[in-house]
Ligand binder design. Structure first.
Ligand code: FAD
Length: 438
């Protein structure tokens, strides 16, 4: 018998409860274990561009190649079906007489549909929730009753003293190690990294093309340790609105997005930092921001497809969203960093050249597309999905809907004045100068 372990957004061996379950199950049943990743189909968005851009593809490939190397060190490997999408996994399972697939549970609509497709083909799917900071079982309310306003969610979670999981060791460190691969594998081959690395840009706030910042688990874990061994967490709240360099924010997001690190591991390192150096509003704010990540994931779990509709969660469309058509030309100028607004164009160039953008600039460029150019917020979300190496469906869709005024913002959306923002956050114009040219 063969069991498939399907790596989704959990590309790590340490602190991976679903993988531990699969390994234990395989050992108990005397089964082999085949680690797989689905092959991404080539997709074009409704807005006419490829769903995955060059930075995104390269970063995804780094996380998978790193995972494969870690599996190989444990006498296993990472396989990819010959066919793309879920049919690839279904046919692989059938061809290798595998009836059980273990994986992490993801609750976004497309991810739920993937699991349903496997189940409809007769495969037993064992999915385990593991990517949030706070497990649903710790929350003092049912998921479907999660408060829609973030501050209420946080207040209730903190009042109930909800706690993250204690991270698990990698199953490779146990006496039994990983179960063997099947003797012969039909319909799949070892993962091959075919994504070319884009030209590195020395201006990048997240230079993932350089060795320290590589997207694999080892670099992600080392980054977390390095970050919490420094004094940066204590000043995080004061620096988090920065625009230039690697240090103004944690830069955990790309590894969190692929699952090379878990939120529980960050929490453990944060606690160790506080035990050594003491806690302050900087260290608290890292917890606070990770709660935002949880909240957006819970909102998608609660409201599902609604977050992909133009009207989002709003009962009626707010003005002026209600009476306009998508400004396609404005959108194209925005993507290219050619709107004529220097602060916004600097942000859009940084995004295109590096696959990363600070939170402050994400807010600004999103607001500009929606409230100044009259673009459809979902087109902006799709462009971020194309570009961002830290793309996370919950945080991306949720933040875009929030700024458009059709998400969870109790104030009903917000327009950022780019001139005032440039004055407040780029007074000496250093950021605009840095990204003034391509
Ligand atoms: P830090 O400031 O160091 O924050 C620490 C962690 O907290 C982050 O890694 C992230 O996991 C979480 N976090 C911080 N801010 C937010 C937030 N506003 N929403 C949710 N989680 C947050 N984040 C993504 O991970 N993927 C996305 O696709 C994404 N799209 C966004 C789109 C828009 C329009 C906006 C305004 C924000 C988006 N964010 C997204 C949130 C945020 O901008 C990034 O998480 C952050 O900039 C990543 O850098 P960091 O790890 O250094 O963040």
């Amino acid at each position: 018998m063969t069991i498939l372990y399907w790596f989704r957004r959990d590309r790590r061996l340490s602190d991976n409860p679903a993988l531990c379950q699969a390994v234990a199950h395989a050992h108990d049943a005397g089964s082999t274990l085949l680690p797989v990743t689905a092959r991404e189909p080539d997709q074009t968005t409704a807005w006419g561009f490829a769903r995955l851009g060059a930075h995104r593809l390269a970063y995804e490939a780094q996380s998978l190649a790193g995972l494969q190397q870690a599996l190989r060190r444990a006498n296993s490997d990472l396989y990819q079906p010959d066919e793309p999408g879920m049919m690839g996994l279904v046919n692989l399972a059938r061809a290798n007489q595998a009836t059980d697939v273990f994986c992490e549970a993801l609750y976004a609509p497309e991810e739920l549909a993937q699991v349903q497709a496997l189940q409809a083909s007769g495969i037993r799917v064992h999915a385990f929730e593991q990517s949030a900071l706070l497990p649903a079982s710790e929350l003092p309310f049912e998921v479907q009753r999660t408060p829609t306003v973030f501050s209420e969610f946080r207040r209730q979670a903190e009042k109930a003293k909800a706690q993250p999981r204690t991270p698990l060791a990698s199953p490779t460190t146990s006496a039994q190690g990983l179960p063997a691969l099947p003797g012969s594998i039909v319909g799949a081959s070892p993962y091959q990294n075919l994504a070319p690395l884009p030209e590195p840009d020395s201006r990048s706030a997240l230079p993932y093309q350089t060795p320290h910042w590589h997207g694999d688990e080892a670099c992600g874990q080392a980054h977390v340790q390095r970050y919490f061994a420094s004094t940066l967490p204590g000043t995080y709240k004061a620096t988090r609105n920065g625009l230039i360099g690697t240090d103004y924010s944690t830069k955990f997001s790309p590894w969190l997005a692929t699952g090379a690190i878990s939120a529980a591991q960050i929490w453990q390192a944060l606690q160790q930092h506080e035990a050594t150096y003491g806690g302050n509003d900087g260290t608290y704010w890292i917890w606070f921001e990770l709660l935002w990540r949880d909240h957006f994931a819970l909102m998608m779990r609660r409201y599902a497809n609604a977050l992909f509709h133009y009207q989002g969660l709003a009962k009626t469309l707010p003005e002026p969203l209600a009476r306009r058509q998508h400004n396609r030309q404005g959108f194209e100028r925005w993507c290219a960093g050619q709107t004529g607004q220097p602060f916004i164009d600097a942000g859009m160039r940084e995004l295109a050249h590096t696959g990363y953008l600070s939170n402050r600039m994400r807010q600004n460029v999103a607001s500009y597309l929606i409230h100044d150019l009259g673009g459809d917020w979902r087109a902006g979300a799709a462009w971020f999905e194309h570009c961002l190496i830290d793309f996370d469906v919950h945080s991306n869709q949720g933040n875009w809907a929030y700024i458009a005024g059709v998400g969870t913002d109790p104030r009903g959306g917000r327009r950022f004045n780019p001139d005032k923002q440039a004055h407040d956050y780029d007074r000496d114009a250093r950021y605009r100068e840095l990204w003034s040219a391509s």
